[in-house]
Write a protein of this length. Structure first.
Length: 207
């Protein structure tokens, strides 16, 4: 005896013919409309179509590539190396004149340290913490911009992704620590917001 499972094929045309038996019109039975295909909300009894995963991935990447191409088309032409060099020199000279003016009016102010990668990370960190309500004075209700904080944290994540492989060990450690702390603060804040928006459970009526 074969172990091959047996499948029962149901002829839906025969079932339809039996339902309309008694009408006496064989032609009407033959030309009976087929059952409409099941909607997306109803499970289909037939075989399911398997889509190629490579095609799905290409379809998912298409909107991203289209957006990047659109952004590239909208951007102006990049400056030449000579233009960038001249502008950088003019910028440095203007910044130096401003610093000299400030020190002339405030002799105790020393020269400003050069801006480094740690200052950029610190700026993102302070912005996100302020958006999550940190720094509010005692007795005042903190102002929270939860969506702004999320955008700032995501920007810091983009920075970490785009600079991967170009940072020193100390810079990587600092960036990872700041991202971890900000995401933990965001999780705590969103948990508080979620809990405060849930209505209390109904109390049992007193007997």
């Amino acid at each position: 005896m074969s172990d091959t499972p047996k499948f029962e094929v149901i002829d839906r045309r025969k079932m339809k013919a039996e339902e309309e038996k008694g009408s006496g019109e064989a032609a009407a039975q033959t030309a009976a409309p087929e059952k409409p295909a099941p909607t997306s909300s109803e499970p289909s009894p037939g075989p399911r179509l398997v889509v190629n995963e490579a095609k799905q991935e290409a379809t998912a990447q298409a909107p991203k590539e289209t957006a990047e191409q659109q952004l590239t088309d909208e951007l102006p032409a990049a400056p030449t190396a000579e233009e960038s060099s001249e502008q950088k020199a003019a910028y440095d000279a203007s910044a130096q004149r401003l610093e000299d003016l400030i020190r002339a009016q405030n002799p105790t102010v020393g020269p400003q340290p050069p801006v480094g990668f740690e200052h950029l990370v610190q700026q993102f960190y302070l912005s996100a913490m302020l958006q999550m309500g940190a720094g509010a004075q005692e007795g005042q209700r903190p102002r929270v911009d939860i969506m702004g904080a999320r955008a700032t944290i995501d920007l810091l994540g983009v920075l970490a992704e785009k600079t991967k492989g170009n940072l020193t060990e100390a810079e990587v450690r600092m960036l990872d620590s700041v991202l971890f702390e900000l995401r933990m603060a965001f999780l705590e804040l969103t948990s508080m917001v979620t809990l405060s928006s849930v209505p209390p459970p109904p109390t049992a009526p007193k007997k």
